[in-house]
Design a protein. Structure first.
Length: 280
């Protein structure tokens, strides 16, 4: 089902399903809803922000697009360009996507859930998704909903920036979660930490990949390690630990995990990652 824009315009993203996950709920000790962005036409949430950006640019007279990512962002840009009938050049490397448009994800949560969640779990790379969710929380009046921001060590530029109180550039991206590989998080992401309660959590690559495999068994959905970072917070008991530390309320009525998806993953790649990390 496609969402609707003002003026009758049809966006490029779909209203993704929000489903309760019984396995994740058991692991987390609370009701867990999945926002399934992996079912977007391009396989990830990126089509929300980039689709919106491309449409607005076309309205202003843009007649060609250039995208600095060959991954999920590049696929989203290519999809939007095709829908608009415009040419595009996709180059590498990986950028922090636009936040405008990602806020629609929270509006869909507002429309679908009976009550607001007690927390939203998501992965942070360049910071576009985080900034968009914060914008959405402001729009629906949910500024008090904490965000648990997941990264992997070796792609933890947001965590490093929070610790330093300023933007920090990592020397290199060493994590297998390449979609989280922004050496420097967007400045807007750091500003968001002043506007909402954002709890930064960093997991090991092994935890992220194990979460990907467990999620495949539990929900029959294959996602990238970047998404596995957020799922690992549930599978490894991080949620309960945050409650014990007093950083999250007890009890939690429900939480939402953004299953950000990713089209660049196959079973063979998952097996290769397991072998690389010694998980065989």
């Amino acid at each position: 089902m496609a969402a609707r824009l003002g003026g009758g315009e049809k966006p490029f993203h779909v209203v993704s399903p929000i489903l309760e996950s019984l396995p994740l709920s058991r692991a987390a000790g609370t009701k867990v809803y999945m926002k399934l962005e992996n079912v977007q036409p391009t396989g990830s949430f990126k089509i929300r922000g980039i689709g919106h950006l491309c449409r607005e640019a076309a309205k202003k007279g843009c007649r060609r697009f250039v995208c600095s990512s060959g991954g999920n962002a590049g696929l989203a840009a290519a999809y939007a360009a095709k829908k608009l009938g415009l040419p595009i050049t996709v180059v590498v490397p990986s950028t922090s996507g636009p936040a405008t448009g990602h806020a629609s994800l929270v509006l869909e949560l507002k429309d679908s859930l009976e009550t607001k969640p007690d927390a939203i779990l998501l992965a942070v790379g360049g910071g576009g998704l985080l900034a968009g969710v914060v914008a959405g929380l402001h729009q629906v009046g949910w500024q008090d909903v904490p965000i648990i921001a997941a990264e992997t060590w070796g792609a933890h530029s947001f965590h490093a920036a929070l610790a330093a109180g300023r933007l920090v550039t990592l020397p290199d991206i060493t994590s297998v979660a390449k979609c989280l590989g922004a050496k420097t998080v967007a400045a807007r992401a750091l500003e968001c930490a002043q506007e909402c309660q954002i709890i930064s959590q960093v997991v090991e690559d092994t935890e992220a990949v194990r979460a990907v495999e467990q999620f495949l068994d539990d929900e029959r959905l294959l996602v990238q390690p970047a998404c596995g970072a957020a799922l690992a917070l549930l599978y490894t008991g991080r949620l309960q630990r945050l409650q014990r530390e007093g950083r999250l309320r007890t009890p939690l009525a429900s939480v939402v995990v953004v299953v950000c998806g990713g089209s660049c993953i196959q079973v063979a790649q998952l097996q290769a990652l397991k072998s690389q990390l010694g998980l065989e």
